[in-house]
Design a protein around this ligand. Structure first.
Ligand SMILES: [Ca+2]
Ligand SMILES: [Ca+2]
Ligand SMILES: [Ca+2]
Ligand SMILES: [Ca+2]
Length: 204
């Protein structure tokens, strides 16, 4: 198996430095290179064994896809990565310790609750558990997969927001040429920190 020391795709996803592709590459040995056959097959929408331009774009940016097979694959990956007891589903603990942190900032109630209580997580879990079996299947994660894998434009907007807040010296919500010239470092080091945008793992 080829060993790739640097994720081949990071140059293509220039905002997120630790996307799910990296996670795949780092956390498993059953893939081919940094990707997996399952990922390839899910991206191959028409099933002809090749990826055309659209399918390859989906492969690189599954969060932006409309391909239901790829969305299914993303959901399965979420379960696989967090399924500690290997029963193919997420129990509350697996959901709470792995997944809930990533989505809690999308839930107004949960993101403002600093009590340390697991009540918001229990509430989300119950809402997602449509068949009430006390476990979340890959299918039951579909409603939140967009929060776990925000589309590229989400990151692009975050980056733009960040640059504006940093370089907008007179705080009028717009950038003047003068402000851009005076704050060159912001444009060269538009890096997100925990304090600025601590709500998404992929930005670290
Ligand atoms: Ca194809
Ligand atoms: Ca499990
Ligand atoms: Ca269930
Ligand atoms: Ca300004």
């Amino acid at each position: 198996m080829p060993v790739i020391s640097k994720c081949s795709h990071t140059c293509l996803t220039n905002v997120s430095t630790k996307c799910h592709l990296c996670v795949d590459h780092n956390s498993s040995n059953d893939g081919v290179g940094w990707w997996k056959e399952e990922h390839f097959n899910a991206s191959d929408m028409d099933g002809d064994g090749f990826l055309n331009l659209t399918e390859f774009n989906d492969f690189l940016h599954p969060a932006d896809t409309m391909n239901p097979k790829l969305i299914d694959w993303l959901c399965k990956e979420e379960v696989r990565e967090r399924d500690k007891d290997n029963d193919g589903k997420l129990n509350f603990q697996e959901f709470y310790s792995g997944l809930f942190y990533s989505i809690r900032h999308f839930d107004e109630e949960a993101s403002t609750d600093d009590s340390g209580s697991d009540a918001p997580a229990r509430k989300s879990f119950t809402q997602l558990d449509l068949d009430n079996d006390g476990l979340l299947s890959a299918d039951e994660l579909k409603p939140i997969i967009g929060n776990l894998h925000p589309p590229e434009h989400f990151y692009a907007k975050q980056q733009a927001d960040y640059v504006i807040t940093q370089a907008d010296t007179n705080k009028d919500g717009q950038l003047s040429l003068q402000e851009m010239i005076e704050n060159p470092y912001v444009f060269y080091s538009a890096l997100f920190t925990e304090d600025d945008y601590g709500f998404h793992d992929e930005l670290r």
